[in-house]
Ligand binder design. Structure first.
Ligand code: CIS
Length: 209
């Protein structure tokens, strides 16, 4: 289960602030997972997500003491960019990154909850479609929705997907899903906290690409 264990997210403090460095460390381990999915269609997604992470990291590294939490970054950019904000810099990158993270959360939660198409029990299309509809679809125009459909055709079988999450190790499905549930505890809290921050700072945009 190394992908999920290596990418473990930290427990949030009571004020739900997210330490930028710890967040970047955890999230940076995740894109490598796309290489295990075995189709080049995922490289588009991987590169978009890596671009988001790099943009946030570059802003953080310009002045780590000023950008200790993700909220510090948004507030600093709001001050710096005024008219352009929030469609700018790390604020924009994190806005999109959180949608990809929400997609992953809903997909993994749906698998952990045992949701599946009884007629095709080894497919994960039902889980992927649920995640897409809730996390991303409303931000995608016609062309990107077609990219999603192409990605869906390349989706791995459920058994292969769980095996990839386990890094190819021999493990039972129940063990793997239990690790997924453990991973989701801090991961979900972190993604929820990012969404709350965007709402609270009025930083959310709903344009489509
Ligand atoms: C298992 C099958 C999965 C099927 C997945 C299908 C997903 C949907 C495919 C849609 C294609 C998306 C292609 C890119 C679209 C971008 O145009 C769009 C907008 O981009 C933003 C940039 O990010 O545009 C802005 C300008 O308007 C900026 O340019 C911005 O960049 S900035 O600001 O940095 O310069 N982007 C999106 O819509 C986001 C798409 C995210 C899709 C996430 C899908 C994740 C699929 C994961 C499947 C496996 C889950 C396994 C679970 C856990 C293991 C770890 C997984 C690692 C994932 C990495 C997480 C970091």
């Amino acid at each position: 289960m190394s992908i999920l264990l290596e990418g473990r997210f930290k427990e949030l403090p009571p004020d739900k602030s997210i330490d930028t460095k710890a967040f970047l460390d955890s999230v940076s381990r995740l894109p490598a997972f796309f290489d295990c999915l075995g189709s080049s269609v995922f490289s588009v997604i991987k590169s978009d997500i890596n671009g988001n992470i790099t943009k946030i990291r570059n802003v953080y590294e310009k002045d780590p003491a000023k950008h200790v939490t993700l909220r510090h970054i948004l507030e600093a950019e709001r001050e710096e960019h005024r008219g352009e904000w929030p469609k700018v810099g790390a604020t924009l990158a994190l806005m999109w990154l959180k949608r990809g993270l929400r997609f992953i959360q809903i997909l993994l939660q749906s698998l952990a909850d045992g949701e599946r198409d009884e007629n095709k029990p080894n497919y994960i299309h039902t889980n992927i479609k649920k995640a897409y509809e809730q996390a991303l679809k409303r931000y995608h125009g016609w062309v990107v929705q077609k990219v999603f459909q192409a990605a869906l055709l390349a989706a791995p079988y459920r058994s292969n997907f769980l095996k990839a999450l386990s890094n190819g190790e021999e493990t039972t499905e129940d063990d793997c899903l239990e690790k997924v549930r453990q991973f989701l505890v801090n991961y979900t809290a972190t993604v929820d906290a990012i969404y709350e921050m965007y709402t609270h700072l009025n930083a959310e945009l709903d344009y489509t690409v």
